[in-house]
Design a protein around this ligand. Structure first.
Ligand code: HEC
Length: 109
């Protein structure tokens, strides 16, 4: 039976970790919604919204980012990749994304 116990232990440790993560998800440790949503933007605009080669989003005014995103979302004819990106989010999500990027330090490159 000894081998059986050894075999089972990693599973119960994993379960304990999973439970701990679930529990902390309810606490203040959860990242802000805007940051989770903005993870999608990082592949082009860079981690933290200040990559090279694309428009810098970090440190922009939240109001400006939000109205740009809304404008792109409602372009009747899809003209750019951003028009497609913006369509994937509700207004509330766009606002959260804009607030998140505005909260980051800009001028990173
Ligand atoms: C697949 C690549 C890609 C992804 C992913 C992407 N963008 Fe963009 N973004 C671009 C490109 C390219 C431009 C330049 C303008 C254009 O072509 O529409 C741009 C432009 C912008 C602009 C306009 C900046 C300006 O000053 O005019 C904003 C705001 C923006 N992106 C926000 C976002 C946000 C927020 C996300 C995540 C929800 C995101 N982007 C995801 C490629 C991307």
């Amino acid at each position: 039976m000894k081998t059986n116990i050894r075999h089972k232990r990693p599973l119960s440790i994993a379960a304990a970790i999973a439970l701990a993560c679930l529990a902390s998800g309810n606490a203040a440790a959860a990242p802000p919604a805007g940051r989770l949503l903005a993870a999608q933007c990082a592949q082009c605009h860079g981690t933290g919204g200040s990559g090279r080669g694309f428009d810098e989003l970090a440190g922009e005014s939240a109001q400006e980012l939000y109205s740009e995103l809304r404008e792109m979302k409602f372009h009747t004819r899809i003209e750019s990749i951003m028009d497609r990106q913006a369509r994937g989010y509700t207004d509330q999500q766009l606002r959260a994304i804009a607030d998140y990027f505005a909260s980051l330090p800009g001028g990173g490159h």
